[in-house]
Ligand binder design. Structure first.
Ligand SMILES: Cc1ncc(C[n+]2csc(CCOP(=O)(O)OP(=O)(O)O)c2C)c(N)n1
Ligand SMILES: [Mg+2]
Length: 264
């Protein structure tokens, strides 16, 4: 068996800092949350319901969210004002599953996924939307191109307010979690080159590319948007993915395992 894969770590093992939390406990919780998210979607697909949802999106991005939620994201009670997180739309079940573990949602709520009118609990929307679930979601995502563009403009606005002395946003970060399909949309990176963007460019924006979810070749979803005609390709071995993604405005390979980039 070969241990070589086309996946390349963005940070060399020698450069990795010590994990600040308890890896063992966090892994165990992550497993429960991942499982609950999958079961929630599966139950929504049961006979008589048939509304389903996405499973592999959260399964592949769980570690990024969990590490972010446990160690990085700043809440609104942070003295700096808190971060702004754009959750990838298809991964919404994982956020609900984490909320369940935290006691924010009941089992009936989880059984109401995509059943806002007919479910036994509160309506759990398919995708993030602050109008549907104002106490849960801050930003709407899943409209491909618009979510990433919103994140970029949010970071741009934060920077603008800071430079104009309107608000100290230096402690606030915008996190954008984006699918590989989403990154096929020109808007996902196009706004980074917006004229008049203050320099240094977008220091408040951190881009997270969701690992490509395993799926059938030529699955329908990659055929129904503009980037579909481009075949996806694995990152060539030895290629660092550290400098690709939203923050730098360069294209990430869909096979990039975890592209984290920041200009700050
Ligand atoms: C502008 C636009 N075109 C098409 C769609 C339909 N659509 C929803 S999600 C999706 C694919 C998403 O792929 P990816 O970002 O990789 O997420 P994944 O499902 O792999 O987690 C498509 C084509 C959309 N939401 N918005
Ligand atoms: Mg994808």
């Amino acid at each position: 068996m070969s241990l070589n894969t086309p996946y390349v770590n963005t940070i060399h093992a020698d450069d990795e800092p010590e994990f600040p939390g308890n890896e063992e406990i966090e892994r165990r919780y992550r497993g429960w949350i991942r499982w609950n998210a999958a079961v929630m979607v599966t139950r929504a697909q049961a006979a008589g319901k048939g509304v389903g949802g996405h499973i592999s999106s959260y399964a592949s991005v769980a570690t990024l969210y969990e590490v972010g939620l446990n160690h990085f994201f700043r809440g609104k009670d942070h003295p700096g004002g808190g971060d702004q997180v754009y959750f990838q739309g298809h991964a919404a079940p994982g956020v609900y599953a984490r909320g369940y573990v935290e006691g924010r949602f009941s089992e009936n709520d989880l059984d109401s996924f995509r059943q806002e009118k007919s479910g036994p609990g509160r309506g759990m929307s398919s995708y993030p939307h602050p109008r549907l679930m104002p106490d849960v979601w801050e930003f709407p995502t899943v409209s491909m191109g618009l979510g990433p563009a919103s994140a970029i403009y949010q970071a741009w606005t934060n920077r603008y307010m800071h430079l104009r002395g309107i608000k100290d946003t230096s402690q606030q970060h915008v996190w954008a979690f984006l699918g590989d399909g989403e990154m096929d949309e020109p808007e996902s990176r196009g706004m980074l080159q917006a004229r008049g963007a203050p320099e240094p460019r977008q220091p408040h924006l951190r881009g997270e590319l969701q690992p490509a979810a395993p799926r059938r070749p030529r699955a329908r979803q990659r055929q129904d948007h503009p980037g579909a005609s481009r075949p996806s390709s694995a990152a060539p071995a030895g290629t660092s993915s550290r400098s690709c993604g939203v923050a730098t405005g360069t294209r990430c390979s869909p096979a990039t395992r975890m592209a984290r980039s920041s200009t700050s």
